[in-house]
Design a protein around this ligand. Sequence first.
Ligand SMILES: Cc1ncc(COP(=O)(O)O)c(C=O)c1O
Length: 288
Amino acid sequence: MDWLLTPGPVRLHPKALEALARPQLHHRTEAAREVFLKARGLLREAFRTEGEVLILTGSGTLAMEALVKNLFAPGERVLVPVYGKFSERFYEIALEAGLVVERLDYPYGDTPRPEDVAKEGYAGLLLVHSETSTGALADLPALARAFKEKNPEGLVGADMVTSLLVGEVALEAMGVDAAASGSQKGLMCPPGLGFVALSPRALERLKPRGYYLDLARELKAQAEREAELLRKEAQAAKERLLQEAAQELKRLRAEIERARQEKALFLGQVRALFEGYLEALKRLEKTP
Ligand SMILES: Cc1ncc(COP(=O)(O)O)c(C=O)c1O
């Protein structure tokens, strides 16, 4: 066996391998833009969100940091249950981001209990969905519900690095406002891309900071690329429609002309018949 049962790296998907063998696309070209926008659309479906997904250059950890720094301002209180290596990382990121962090410790292998996060006075709750270091899967919907009952304005952020495209993920339906993931797990691509999914609620509540990590600026840039492509697609569709309309008009004209000719032929035949009939009548009249 040439692979180990560890959290990664995963085997690359054959389509990823094939794409890697192709020449590199220049990132400012139309073709690259199309690939990028298609990927964003597919990621939106994967996270099952009506919001947005941003593709960042970095790893899952960068996406976790971008999520924390753009959702919460320094000094805000967040609750961080720690039940493995990666929830420990969420805790450290929150501390470094200047948040006031309350840590809830669990033995590694356990997952947090909803009643433990049902506490008032927090701007956010940070959870790891699939805690890769122990294999435990947290019950995100139950935890989000319990937290939001006590903190209706609170935001739930989740690490979905090893649950996206592996387990059940549905951002808003799970009560999760924002999630972080990466390219090298369920997506079966090489490492190097981080994803941040933002629900419509999170989009309204962004508190961007940083330069490279400023998600509001990134959203604007990625939306502009999308708008440009959509404008071009709309123009191409308009031209296609006009072309089709011109062809249809030509076909209709030809049909009208054919009908006109058929009508003239038919009238000629009727007239000839009628004249023949009159002739016959006249001959009959003259007959003594
Ligand atoms: C649950 C979880 N969160 C975060 C990470 C960190 O992701 P990355 O190594 O892409 O920074 C990993 C990596 O295995 C992970 O499994």
